[in-house]
Ligand binder design. Structure first.
Ligand code: CDP
Length: 226
């Protein structure tokens, strides 16, 4: 049996991290965790309950009342985000959540809450997790760290196509502005900003298909499984 390791996939918004991380986990028979979904679900909770993430009392009260877990969809078998027992996988991808998530994810207490949960999920290894700080903060000792990049125009096109499918009222300008805003806030926040871990390998998928990027990642991972 091959060794069970931790693989982290970090990078900017909409560069295909979750597509790659999910495919890689399937290929390896590992668990896949979308850490961004957790910040999105927390953001949804704050928005729905009219809470202010800049008010420490409201943050600590909210965190006491938030339960997050992933559950496989019975039809697609893809793991989906549940917030206090409700499947929120679809709604957390909405632009309303995307517009606020980076502000919420910059709050120290909120990050501590999410990071602790993510570290528990990785205790038994055999996990691929994608996000912004997985290789730097959540699993600094991960065996394999991938940092994904892609040209901005390609990232905007990909995310626009994805969001347009669900909401034909969305414009490419809105999507572009959101990606730029999130990248800026994520890279410049005080607590674990988005950056490449020193030992991460850069994977540029601007010109790669999903199949090709998976092949590249498998070549990176394979030597660590023996
Ligand atoms: O899929 P996409 O690139 O749009 O982003 P995501 O992975 O769903 O993450 C949404 C947001 O959550 C990011 O823009 C970050 O603000 C935050 N996030 C984070 O701070 N740390 C992580 N490990 C993952 C996401």
């Amino acid at each position: 049996m091959s060794k069970r390791i931790i693989v982290t996939v970090d990078g900017f918004s909409s560069c295909g991290k979750s597509t790659l991380a999910r495919a890689l986990a399937r290929e390896l028979g590992y668990v896949y965790i979308d850490s961004g979904a957790m910040y999105r679900a927390i953001t949804l909770y704050f928005l729905r309950n009219n809470l202010n993430w800049n008010e420490p009392d409201q943050v600590s009260e909210a965190l006491k009342n938030i339960e997050l877990h992933f559950e496989p969809n019975p039809t697609t078998l893809k793991s989906e985000m549940h917030l206090n027992g409700e499947n929120v996988e679809y709604i957390i991808r909405d632009i309303v959540v995307a517009e606020k998530v980076s502000e919420v994810a910059a709050v120290k207490e909120i990050r501590e809450f999410a990071v602790a949960a993510q570290q528990r999920m990785g205790e038994k290894k055999g996990i691929v997790m994608d996000g912004r700080d997985i290789g730097t903060t959540v699993f600094p000792n991960a065996e394999v760290k991938i940092f994904m990049v892609a040209d901005e125009a390609v990232r905007v096109e990909r995310r626009f196509a994805e969001m347009y499918n669900k909401n034909p009222n969305i414009t490419i300008e809105e999507v572009k502005a959101n990606i730029e805003l999130r990248d800026y806030i994520d890279s410049n926040r005080e607590v674990s900003p988005l950056r490449k871990a020193d030992d991460a390998i850069v994977l540029d998928n601007t010109h790669l298909t999903e199949k090709e990027q998976l092949q590249v990642a498998l070549e990176i991972v394979k030597p660590h499984l023996v």
